[in-house]
Structure formats: structure tokens, C-alpha cells
Design a protein around this ligand. Structure first.
Ligand code: GDP
Ligand code: IMO
Ligand code: MG
Length: 425
């Protein structure tokens, strides 16, 4: 039997590319879907038969009845958000708790992590990251600082002591920030949620995955955020606190690199970013506003308006390089329909010199934008208009990877498989 592989699906921009939708569409081809990093800062939206679901921590394979789902060791879990999320999807997927596994090695977000996140952002003032304030940064800091509380600790007799000791540490830090302490109610809510979490299927997930591979199962790793928000390769410090890139799937699940098969990069036909930080192709004009309205570009987690701009090819090429992307899915082409011309950033001007390379400091990069003819309304049942085909071919030429999926609306059914004529020279 051919050795089973793990395919990785991840964001190739600044998050919110439409990862959730594509995972839900392709999950039918996999036996197991596993989230490998991030936490409730993520918001993955699925539209199934006119109903909207937003998943924050639970993998986007849950609505496929035959798919097992795993929250991997690289994820940070807020028990309160987690059990609420479980309740919202139980109606559509009543057997969810039989098909949902959680790694014992995943770290827990405490209510004090959220307070620390808010205090740190307030202290930064104008330099703030624009964090989702879900406690992500402080939880990963405790993980690397070797102070964290893990899901597996919920099964230990001394859980209360461990919790109290960490909270005491947090209170000392909060005192330095001059912020108030945790409310009794928030603490109570957390402790109740922890009891519910403990009842779920907590596993040594690296072994579960190994067994899955040995029995020939197909596994899909689901990323959160996007390449340009990666802690190492993103637009630091305006990034999240985990490795969102393909390598993060190995450390976030305990899967060796030699197991990785296809790497599916998700990108929008344009770019968006929510929160602070450089964004070379950002549009501040009516076109930017038109894209925001047509694309309903408001955060799935925080409701904040997303900044909008043209597609950035040097950034996309960088994402292809760092992740080893083997194929791309282009989302939201329908949102640009009706524009007479569509802009495409093909290079940057940095210190007066043209470059196609994503630089160390993107803040000073000026985009070189090419205009291409726009296209009209799109339907999943119709062939792609010529102008859109030409736009896609231009992208393939620039990044040297085929675009195999084109999405023309938020519903499962509004997804087209594209036969790419692209072939590497
Ligand atoms: P994720 O975080 O990468 O899963 O993406 P989000 O769910 O945060 O944001 C993507 C948004 O675009 C969601 O509201 C989706 O329902 C929506 N969406 C996904 N694909 C398409 C598409 O092809 N066209 C349109 N109009 N909306 C889409
Ligand atoms: P999904 O998985 C878009 C952004 C925040 C902020 C920065 C750091 O839905 O694509 P954090 O809360 O991690 O400390 O915030 O990262 N951010 C996202 N932007 N999509 C996301 O997730 C994001 N998760 C975090 O807006 O700028
Ligand atoms: Mg999102």
C-alpha cells in the first residue's frame, strides 16, 4: 500500500482568504481534518444550504458526516469559546462529539490571558497590533516560557494548584500594567467550561495521526490566519503568535515533513487585512469601499471592517515559496465582477529600485500596479469569462503554480474545479 500522506491547506495572504469554505468543500475526500495552530482568533465561515456557520477552533470538516476532526497540539483553546462553538454546531452535526478529538498537548487560554492581551495592546497605543484580544499572544508566550496549562493537565489531580499558580503569575503582570483583576464570574464560566471540555475525547494526537496514516487514511491539515501573519515570515511585529506556514503543520500536529503531500494555498482575487500593519496595495478610495461592501469584508471574529486592496503578486509568490504550495484556490472572484479594470501588483519599488521580491521591511514598499480588463457576473455552472481566465493565467505565470479551484460565491456549490493549462517550464 502506498504510504498515506497529509495534505495541507493554508492561507496565502493575511488571513480570511476563505480557508473554511474550501476545507468544507474538499473534506469529503479526507477521513480526518486537523487544525494545527491558532485559536479563537480565527473565524472560518461556512455557508451550507443557506445557513451560515462560523468556526473558531473546531476544524471545518465537522459538517461532513464521515470525517473525523482533530484539534492539534499547536492550537490554543479557550474552553469557554470552545463549548459555545460546539453547541452551535450540534444541531447540524448531532454526532459531533463522537468525531471530534482534542490533543492533550494543546495549550489552554485562561481568562487572564485575555486580560493580558488587552493590557498589552492598550500599552502599545498607536503601535498596537490590532489583536483580536482572544488571549492568543499571552498564551503562546506562556507556552514558550514553559508556564502554560495544557489540555492534558485537566486530567491531573493537581489541576487547581496549577491553575492558581499561573493565575497568580498573571495577576502580578496585570498589576505591572495597572489593570484590574479577573472577575469572579469570568473565572466561574471558565471553570465550568473546563469541566465540559474534560468530557470530550482528549487524545495523544500524534499517535492518533500515526495510526491514521498506517491504516491508509487521508488527512487534511487546516491552517488558520495566513502566511503574512506568520510569526517568522509575516509582517512582524504585525503578525499573530504562531507558525501559520506549512512547517507549522508538522510541529502543530507531530507529523514528519516527509508525510506532506499537496499544499493547497488559498488566496482572494484581491487582498484584505484586518488589524494594523503594512499593506502595500491597500485602496483608500471608492474602489476599496466597493470591494469591502461587495465582499462583505467585515471580520468573522470581531466584526471589524477589513482593509481592502489589489492582489499582491510578490507577496503571493513569497507564500508559494515559503509553504511549497503545489496548487492554489482563488476565492471571491465574483466580488470584483463589474469593475471595468482590475489592478494587479506585479512588483514593488523599494528605495527607488524595482523588485519582485518580498522584502524584510514591507512598510516602505510602493506597489507597481498593472491594470487588466474586468469581468461580468459569474456562475459556477458557466465557463469562466475570458478576462478572468487571462487574469488567472497572469497569476499562474507569476507564481509558477496552477490555480485549480475558483470560488464564485460563499456557498459550497459556488465552487469550480479549474483545469489549469499551466505547466512548469
Ligand atoms: P477564513 O478565515 O479563511 O476561513 O475566511 P473567512 O470565513 O474569515 O472569510 C471569508 C468570507 O468570504 C466569508 O464570509 C465567506 O463566506 C466568504 N466567501 C468565501 N468564498 C467566497 C466567494 O468565492 N465569494 C464570496 N462572495 N464570498 C466568499
Ligand atoms: P483566520 O483564521 C485575519 C490578525 C489580527 C491582528 C493580528 C494578531 O480567520 O484567517 P491575534 O489575535 O492573533 O493576536 O491578532 O492577526 N488576525 C487575523 N486576521 N484572519 C484571522 O484568522 C486572524 N487571526 C488573527 O487582526 O492583526
Ligand atoms: Mg477568518
Amino acid at each position: 500500500m502506498r504510504e498515506a500522506r497529509m495534505d495541507v491547506l493554508l492561507g496565502a495572504q493575511w488571513g480570511d482568504e476563505g480557508k473554511g469554505k474550501v476545507v468544507d468543500v474538499v473534506a469529503a475526500d479526507y477521513q480526518l481534518v486537523a487544525r494545527f495552530q491558532g485559536g479563537p482568533n480565527a473565524g472560518h465561515t461556512l455557508w451550507i444550504d443557506g445557513r451560515k456557520y462560523v468556526l473558531h477552533t473546531i476544524p471545518s470538516g465537522v459538517f461532513r458526516a464521515d470525517t473525523t476532526n482533530l484539534v492539534g497540539n499547536g492550537v490554543v483553546i479557550d474552553p469557554v469559546t470552545f463549548v459555545k462553538e460546539l453547541d452551535t454546531i450540534r444541531e447540524h452535526a448531532p454526532d459531533i462529539t463522537d468525531r471530534l478529538f482534542i490533543s492533550r498537548r494543546a495549550h489552554l487560554i485562561l481568562p487572564t490571558h485575555r486580560l493580558l492581551d488587552a493590557a498589552s495592546e492598550a500599552e502599545k497605543g498607536d503601535e498596537r497590533i490590532g489583536s483580536t484580544l482572544k488571549g492568543i499572544g499571552p498564551t503562546y508566550m506562556d507556552k514558550t516560557g514553559r508556564n502554560g496549562l495544557r489540555v492534558g493537565d485537566l486530567e491531573r489531580a493537581d489541576l487547581n494548584d496549577r491553575y492558581t499558580s499561573l493565575v497568580r503569575k498573571h495577576h502580578r503582570l496585570l498589576g505591572m500594567y495597572g489593570t484590574h483583576e479577573l472577575t469572579r464570574q469570568a473565572e466561574q464560566e471558565w471553570l465550568e467550561a473546563v469541566h465540559q471540555l474534560r468530557e470530550l475525547r482528549l487524545v495523544d494526537s500524534e499517535h492518533l495521526l500515526d495510526a491514521a496514516f498506517r491504516s491508509g487514511q487521508r488527512v487534511l491539515a487546516e491552517g488558520a490566519q495566513g502566511t503574512l501573519l506568520d510569526i517568522d515570515f509575516g509582517t512582524y511585529p504585525y503578525v499573530t503568535s504562531s507558525n501559520t506556514v506549512c512547517a507549522g503543520a508538522c510541529t502543530g500536529l507531530g507529523v514528519p515533513p516527509s508525510r506532506i503531500g499537496r499544499v493547497i494555498g488559498i488566496f482572494k482575487a484581491y487582498c484584505t487585512r484586518v488589524g494594523s500593519g503594512p499593506f502595500p496595495t491597500e485602496l483608500f478610495d471608492d474602489t476599496g469601499e466597493r470591494i469591502r461592501q461587495a465582499g462583505r469584508e467585515f471580520g468573522s471574529t470581531t466584526g471589524r471592517p477589513r482593509r481592502c486592496g489589489w492582489l499582491d503578486l510578490p507577496a503571493l509568490r513569497y507564500a508559494v515559496m515559503i509553504n511549497g504550495i503545489t496548487e492554489l484556490a482563488m476565492m471571491k472572484s465574483d466580488v470584483l465582477a463589474g469593475l471595468e479594470q482590475v489592478g494587479l501588483c506585479t512588483a514593488y519599488q523599494v528605495d527607488g529600485r524595482r523588485t519582485e521580491q518580498f522584502p524584510f521591511d514591507i512598510a516602505g514598499a510602493l506597489p507597481v500596479v498593472e491594470a487588466s480588463p474586468g469581468w461580468g457576473e459569474l456562475k459556477a455552472t458557466d465557463p469562466l469569462p475570458e478576462a478572468l481566465e487571462n487574469y488567472i493565467r497572469r497569476i499562474e505565470d507569476a507564481v509558477q503554480v496552477p490555480v485549480r479551484i475558483v470560488s464564485v460565491g460563499p456557498e459550497r456549490s459556488q465552487t469550480m474545479e479549474r483545469t489549469s493549462t499551466f505547466a512548469k517550464a
